[in-house]
Ligand binder design. Structure first.
Ligand code: ADP
Ligand code: MG
Length: 557
């Protein structure tokens, strides 16, 4: 045992704790779900570590989670015999927020309790939620493989600092003792705790045990939850609430998912997919180190988090589990990278997710609109990234157009094509810094006049989108800001005549402009595409799109 050392919380932790206690109080019992979720993760990680280092097992046979309470002491204790933490790991994981997206999270806070509660949920509630009900938390842990004398005790009242000391602990894993706040005694109740566990943690595949209540209080611990992998159960046995709670556990999310798919595949390979589409984007979605959200299992044993082998980048928002019956339990990252089994699982999982999105778009357009708002720009990456599914991805895209009632992206390529004018051969689009800016572009004048719809592309990714997608169902995509606006057979005789007349009448002016502008332009010409503006700038057909050029300059490329 060493001396107790005191450490200050990171400033963000203090702020987060304060927010959490206030905005999540009405949902206070979720602390148990979070602590159990961590215990389950810790056991999953131990099981995986044992595959390569059997000594870590330490003859501690059954991997399980225990929950107990003490009415006198007013405590609830949660313990697991999972991987545990070393001193350094405790310092890195508890008392600090080392997550990507932290800065964005704090910037997004509004001070409005309801909105902030949702944000906290998206950011991740986790271990700190214990302080919603506890005013003192003592975590004792020994990392698997370390000697009993190198266990660590972490203690805090959640107000600004914590203490650490090295202690003796025979048992591997982590024990958390929560000293309840004044007035939280309703939690010191066998029935209450069982109900909470069954409500939030029934899907946990490990046994969660509580002491059986007997007259003299000497009962053995007995299992409270179903303790079987949710995805391995028959669909008919699983309710919506089970799926939702399972999602919160795998995704570390606080809100229900938008949609899920659960499929048992039996063919060349046997595997189960249980995949979810979240309702809100995580804070790290756009960061280079963004987490992939699918967990690989082999015969129900957790193997590893996806690092891009199971889901392509453009589906990095998908959360859930893939469980294979064909991979070896000791599969390594290297094996995964060149595994035919994984290739096959991945390609069918991608198709299933795209089908799920297609169904959502058709059957629940409101939910699809939510999905699009949160993840649409990520999905667009797929057009360039996944050639084999390009057509299916293209059908899922949504745009704001000159015919949209609002700035909301409500139009698919399919909608656009079905509204094309007689004689119209191309899909017209305009790239602009935002849909609002696009609406006032002079390039649209002739299209407005003729009633031709134009897609208004205002996102950075749209530049790459139109470069990667030359056509949709045989209709070429054409920028209205590029080259001679060739309306082909949609131009009538009178217009052609007017144009020819302009060429002769304005010839002198054009020559003078050319001389005045010199090298700054490659050409000056008359046009019939403007109805109210006197002039506009267009890009040469083979040249790089102006908007793209502007953005590339801006990004320093
Ligand atoms: P998250 O689970 O989303 O990572 P938490 O706040 O719930 O966030 O937990 C923070 C970290 O603390 C975990 O990622 C893990 O490294 C560590 N941790 C928490 N509880 C345990 C536990 N019972 N055993 C081992 N490590 C734990
Ligand atoms: Mg957690």
């Amino acid at each position: 045992p060493t001396q107790q050392e005191r450490f200050g919380f990171q400033a963000e932790v203090v702020q987060l704790l304060d927010l959490m206690i206030h905005s999540l109080y009405s949902n206070k019992e979720i602390f148990l779900r979070e602590v159990i979720s961590n215990a389950s993760d810790a056991i999953d990680r131990l099981r995986f570590a044992i595959l390569t280092d059997p000594e870590l097992h330490e003859d501690d046979e059954a991997l399980e989670i225990h929950v107990a309470y003490d009415k006198e002491a007013r405590t609830i204790t949660i313990s697991d015999n999972g991987i545990g933490m070393s001193r350094q790991e405790v310092m890195d994981n508890i008392g600090t927020i080392a997550k990507s997206g932290t800065r964005e999270f704090f910037q997004a806070l509004t001070g409005d309790q309801r909105k902030d509660a949702t944000l906290i949920g998206q950011f991740g509630v986790g271990f700190y939620s214990s302080f919603i009900v506890a005013d003192q938390v003592i975590l004792t842990t020994r990392r698997a493989g370390l000697p009993a004398g190198e266990a660590v005790r972490w203690e805090s009242d959640g107000r600004g600092d914590y203490t650490l000391e090295t202690v003796e602990r025979e048992a591997r894993g982590t024990e958390i003792v929560l000293h309840l706040r004044e007035g939280e005694d309703d939690l010191l109740n066998d029935h209450r705790l069982r109900t909470i566990i069954q409500k939030y943690s029934d899907h946990i595949s490990l046994p969660i045990l509580m002491p059986e209540t007997t007259e003299d209080g000497s009962g053995e611990d007995a299992v409270v939850n179903r303790a079987s992998a949710l995805w391995a159960r028959a669909k008919s046995e699983i309710g919506e609430a089970d799926y939702n709670e399972f999602y919160k556990h795998v995704a570390h999310d606080f809100a229900d998912p938008l949609a899920h798919l659960h499929a048992k595949m039996e063919g060349t390979y046997e595997y189960t997919l249980l995949l979810f589409i979240p309702a809100t984007a995580p804070f790290d979605l756009w960061m280079p180190e963004a987490r992939h959200g699918v967990k690989l299992h082999v015969q129900r044993v957790f193997i590893m988090d996806d690092t891009g082998q199971l889901m392509p980048n453009y589906l990095r928002f998908v959360r859930g589990v893939i469980d294979s019956a064909d991979l070896p339990l000791n599969v390594s990252r290297e094996i995964l990278q060149s595994s035919r089994v994984v290739d096959s699982i991945r390609s069918s999982a991608v198709k299933k997710v795209l089908k799920l999105l297609k169904d959502l778009a058709e059957k629940e357009p409101d939910k699809y609109a939510t999905f699009w708002k949160e993840f649409g720009d990520v999905l667009k990456e797929g057009v360039a990234e996944d050639y084999s599914n390009r057509d299916d991805i293209a059908k899922l895209l949504r745009f704001t157009t000159t015919k949209s009632a609002t700035d909301e992206p409500d139009t698919s390529f399919g909608d656009y094509v079905s509204r094309m004018k007689e004689g119209q051969e191309k899909i017209y689009y305009l790239l602009a810094p935002s849909p609002a800016a696009a609406k006032h572009s002079p390039h649209l004048e002739i299209f407005r006049k003729k009633g031709i719809e134009v897609l208004l592309l205002g996102e950075a990714i749209d530049n790459w989108l139109v470069t990667s997608l030359p056509d949709f169902e045989g209709k070429r995509l054409q920028s209205v800001a590029q080259g001679v606006s060739d309306l082909g057979s949609m131009e009538d005789e009178a217009e052609k005549e007017a144009n020819e007349k302009a060429v002769t009448e304005l010839g002198g002016l054009v020559e003078r402009l050319k001389k005045a502008l010199g090298d700054k332009v490659s050409d000056v010409r008359t046009t019939n595409r403007l109805t109210t503006s006197p002039a506009c700038i267009v890009a040469d057909e083979p040249d790089i799109e102006m908007n793209l050029a502007r953005r590339m300059r801006g990004s320093g490329l």
